[in-house]
Design a protein around this ligand. Structure first.
Ligand SMILES: C[S@@+](CC[C@H](N)C(=O)[O-])C[C@H]1O[C@@H](n2cnc3c(N)ncnc32)[C@H](O)[C@@H]1O
Length: 128
């Protein structure tokens, strides 16, 4: 039987690999298989085309097991904690809903995942 630290290492490696090559689903966690595009997988989870194009390129890794911002009834000014935020797909969508008076905190244990939104945020901030 594998130890908890072995399991954590495997999970980190797997998600790190997906973050590196995100254009096509790379055997993601929920129904995303190698023959499916990220867009198609997210569409099946209920994300609209508008949502998928509103986020920075590369933030959607096609890993979602649901569509949390569709059911969370987020309001302006709220604070959102996204545990396992990946490259920030849901966090960027949540940020639009809570607006400038709100806050979104993304937490992810896979370094390669959170390095992506960090770079994207710099671009988004520079553009606004
Ligand atoms: C199914 S993915 C979801 C990513 C994101 N919400 C999305 O839709 O693109 C799960 C994420 O949780 C992270 N994760 C798994 N276990 C974790 C833990 N114990 N602490 C922090 N992050 C974790 C993984 O690195 C991965 O990025």
């Amino acid at each position: 039987m594998k130890s908890l630290s072995d399991i954590k290492k495997i999970v980190k490696e797997k998600y790190g690999q997906i973050a590196k090559t995100s254009a096509q689903c790379g055997g993601g966690s929920c129904g995303c298989n190698s023959n499916m595009t990220v867009q198609k997988q997210s569409g099946e989870m209920g994300y609209s085309e508008d949502e998928m194009t509103a986020v920075p390129d590369g933030s959607n890794l096609g890993l979602g097991c649901g569509n949390p911002t569709a059911i969370a009834s987020l309001k302006e000014g709220e604070i959102v904690l996204d545990l396992g935020s990946g490259a920030g797909f849901d966090a960027f969508l949540a940020a639009k809903k809570v607006g400038p008076t709100g806050k979104v905190i993304g937490v992810d244990m896979t370094t390669r995942c959170w390095k992506k939104p960090e770079k994207m945020l710099k671009k988004v901030v520079l553009r606004t």
